[in-house]
Design a protein around this ligand. Structure first.
Ligand code: ZN
Length: 240
């Protein structure tokens, strides 16, 4: 199977549409979303609509949980809190119900799907030391996809230890275990403003990291017109 793995869309309609167009061109069999469909951007309803219409399997991220009223934004910074409370006011009742019904993780047999980490949905996997703890929770799974940091990364663990792999193409070794973050579709933070996602071929045992340009000025204008923080618009242009 060829999977498109997307994460952290964050109400960025232009980025989502560009990423999905690329995945359609790549003729993936299924698209899976690692959560945070909403928050930060100006088009939460439109993004949820697309996920629902296309039947994209998704889990709930921390922003989805707060936007739909399952959680309160206690640990959100000021700008994130303002944007998620705005999202709550504009999201339709039906879309909130959809977000509330999403699972927090998926065990797909061949791979696991979580938003932040296996230890907790809100934890950030940012380095090898933290990844070490996560591997304790992977049990027999070979691959776990995670998001939340908005930074694409691949950790590989074998008998020799854990390492971070770079590059556009990663080939999975037999007997190793992988923690893989596709990066963020709608708010990349690696100083590359293009939407990030991956294509995973489980039979070829190969991961391809993809980037695609999208209409950043259009997304920025809508953020400003909605009365959301200018900082949320500015960061899109520089990828932070
Ligand atoms: Zn996020």
């Amino acid at each position: 199977m060829l999977y498109g793995i997307i994460s952290d869309i964050h109400s960025n309609l232009e980025a989502l549409e560009s990423a999905l167009a690329e995945l359609d061109d790549a003729a993936v069999d299924e698209i899976i979303c690692l959560g945070d469909i909403v928050g930060y951007g100006a088009n939460p309803n439109e993004c949820v609509e697309i996920i629902r219409e296309r039947g994209i399997r998704s889990i709930a991220g921390n922003h989805d949980a707060v936007a739909s009223g399952m959680e309160e934004p206690d640990y959100f910074n000021h700008i994130a809190r303002l944007s998620i409370l705005w999202t709550r006011t504009v999201l339709t009742k039906e879309h909130k119900e959809f977000l509330r019904a999403l699972p927090r993780s998926i065990d797909n047999g061949g791979f696991l799907v979580v938003h932040g980490a296996l230890t907790h949905a809100d934890n950030y996997i940012t380095g090898i030391e933290i990844a070490k703890d996560e591997y304790e929770h992977m049990e027999g799974a070979e691959v776990c996809f995670f998001g939340h940091t908005h930074l694409g990364v691949c950790f590989e663990k074998d008998a020799d230890g854990i390492r971070m792999l770079g590059g556009e193409r990663i080939v999975l070794k037999e007997g190793a275990q992988y923690l893989i973050n596709p990066g963020s579709v709608g708010q990349p933070r690696d100083r590359d403003p293009r939407a990030a996602f991956i294509v995973y071929d489980d039979s070829a045992r190969e991961v391809r990291c993809r980037r695609v340009e999208y209409d950043i000025p259009a997304a920025q204008k809508k953020i400003k017109d909605s009365g959301l923080s200018d900082a949320l618009a500015m960061r899109l242009a520089i990828g932070v």
